[in-house]
Design a binder for this molecule. Sequence first.
Ligand code: GRF
Length: 186
Amino acid sequence: AKVAVLLSGAGTNMAALLYASRLPDAPYEIVLVASNDPDADGLALARDENVPTFALSHKGMDRPTHEERMDAAIRESGAEYVALAGYMRILGSDFVARWECRMLNIHPSLLPKYKGLDTHARALEAGDSRHGCSVHLVTPELDDGPVLGQLDIAIRAEDTPETLAARVKFAEHQLYPRMLGDHVSR
Ligand code: GRF
């Protein structure tokens, strides 16, 4: 299956998806990495790996226009699925509807806990003993779609949001390629 990845930042999840896609018998390939931030490190990483990229800043553009042009680039790439990997723009209902059941997101919490931002600090403040990540289908409501899979990890007494985030990232990099592969193989 052909997959487009959308990101706004470092792109470590994109890298995990990409490297997994290069293993023998991988069920998907990354045909495009697109970003709303032309300076995103994840775009540079994709270019280094000879993956086609598309960058379009959302600044000075209304949301429908920006999404329409992102969508056009994704379609042009031949992508059948979209994987959000740290894409920091909320998506409008038209875009979400067009990719219904074919757009996945990774979120750094054990959904339905801690939707939105600052999930690691919130888990620590709540005194949770475990934390983790979830891969879910994208629906119009933020971080709310059906969960495809989760990986949970232990919280340590000495954890800070930063140390916890780093360990959750390791879990994310294991979970996302597996869940994407399973989903496109259904
Ligand atoms: C990850 O924590 C992911 O769960 C969240 O955004 C972050 C992206 O990190 N949606 P990276 O750019 O993949 O390193």
